[in-house]
Design a protein. Sequence first.
Length: 176
Amino acid sequence: MRVRDYQPAAKRLLMPVSRKGRGGRSGSISIPVGADVLALLLPTMNERAAEEHLLVRWRYKQMAGSIRRERDSRGAWQSPSELTRPWAEIRRKAGMPDLIPYALRHSSIVRGIRQGLPIRLVAALHDTSVQMIEKHYARWITDGLEDLVASVVVNLMPTSYNGEAMTDSAITTIRC
C-alpha cells in the first residue's frame, strides 16, 4: 500500500490486489476502516510523498568490525519472516499467545458472513473467490443466514382472531 491509498475522507484504505495465481492482476480493493484506524495512521502521513510505502519499518545495518547493528533507514516489509518478532510482541500485549495472523482474515470473513453481507462482497473484500468462501465457510454461511431466512417465514396459523391475540391453547384447539 502507498501513502495515496490512505483515504480518510472516504473512510477507507485501498489494498492492492494480490499477485497470486497467473496473470498480472492490477487494481485495488476498497477496505472500509474505522475512525480509530485512520487516526492512528494520520501522524505517519506528515511530509510523505504519495508514492511512498504506507507501512514501513526500520532497516538496520551491521557496524563494521562489530556484531552491533544500528538503524539505517525505513522501508517496506520484504518478507513474511520480518513479521515474526513484531507479531510475538502483539500476541503478548493482546494476551493471545497462540494467535496467528491468518486468524484475523478468517474472523473477518466469518464476521461478514454472519452480518449477512453477500458472499460475493465478502470474497471481493478478502481478495478471494466465491467458490473458496463457499467451500471453506459453508457452516458459517448456513448459520449466518438462519436469522435472515427466519425473517421471511409465513405463519400458516392466524396470530389473532376477532382482534384478540391467539394463545397457544387456542391454536391447539384450532388444530384439533
